[in-house]
Write a protein that binds this ligand. Structure first.
Ligand SMILES: Nc1ncnc2c1ncn2[C@@H]1O[C@H](COP(=O)(O)OP(=O)(O)OP(=O)(O)O)[C@@H](O)[C@H]1O
Length: 254
């Protein structure tokens, strides 16, 4: 099974090139972290894959070309994403949220009715994301981390094969981060998962592979150890830190 294959991807905004000729291959079973300084083009790359911005080049998933397709058609091709802020229906229960995500073709009444028989894919998703006990709680009462897990569950019931997650652990507690990392490892065993992340500790603990983006290009790629040892990466990150330190000193001296 072929996963995500990106070739010569380019996205421009009014003459500014945010993604500048990116090649990227992510196989099913991988857990790829996409890192890079602010403005590197990470979110824009995911926007291009999901059809939110126009792009040139080629994005194939499972061998099918996605560029040029509508957002809805891309979603129907088994591609799903989460955003930094979870987008769940707060007034509905966890189960109803999952039911609606799973429920193409069912009436709203069928989906909102309290049912004893939870459909098998929904029960499996509840189990996978660890929310079985909270199935009947309104989503609005969930903790921040639990909402992110619900959103991932909503992708699982749609049988999304490629998950693109934008900073899934931002704002999470240490325990929530750990649980999220383990969740991502479980779901990536048979799906293709790409995670945009700024949290380097989280990346070191859970990434199977890493791509570093800088100024719209892939700067480095490999295992966590390979990427960390790459002088180009050290320069970008240390250069960044050095610049911030200099700025801090300048502010303090002013
Ligand atoms: N709609 C847009 N119009 C104009 N410029 C944009 C647009 N979207 C993004 N950009 C620019 O493209 C560049 C890449 O942005 P992008 O959000 O993809 O970076 P990022 O790596 O995700 O950064 P961050 O880690 O801060 O989220 C930035 O310079 C940004 O200002």
């Amino acid at each position: 099974m072929s996963g995500l294959e990106i070739r010569r991807l380019r996205v421009s905004f009014d003459g500014f090139t945010a993604v500048d000729g990116v090649d990227l291959d992510v196989r099913p079973g991988d857990l790829r972290f996409l890192i890079g300084p602010n403005g590197a083009g990470k979110t824009t790359l995911v926007d291009a894959v999901t059809g939110l911005v126009r792009a040139e080049g080629s994005v194939r998933f499972g061998g099918e070309e996605l560029l040029g397709r509508s957002v809805h058609r891309i979603a129907r091709s088994g591609i799903g994403r989460t955003f930094q802020t979870a987008t769940v229906f707060e007034e509905l229960t966890v189960l109803q949220n999952l039911d609606i995500a799973a429920g193409a073709g069912r009436s709203l009444w069928t989906m909102l009715r309290r049912r004893k028989d939870v459909p098998e894919p929904v029960a499996r998703a509840l189990e996978t994301v660890g929310l079985t006990e909270l199935a009947d709680s309104p989503a609005g009462t969930l903790a921040h981390g639990q909402k992110q897990w619900l959103e991932i569950g909503m992708l699982l019931v749609q049988d999304v094969r490629l998950l693109l997650l934008d900073e899934p652990v931002a704002g999470m507690s240490h325990d929530e981060r750990q649980a999220t990392g383990e969740l991502l490892q479980r779901i990536s065993a048979e799906r293709t998962v790409v995670v945009i992340e700024h949290d380097m500790d989280f990346m070191r603990s859970f990434a199977r592979s890493v791509s570093v983006l800088h100024a719209g290009k892939v700067l480095s790629e490999g295992t966590v150890a390979e990427v960390q040892a790459d002088p180009k990466v050290q320069e970008v990150y240390l250069g960044h830190a050095a610049a911030e330190t200099t700025a801090d000193v300048a502010v303090q001296e002013a």
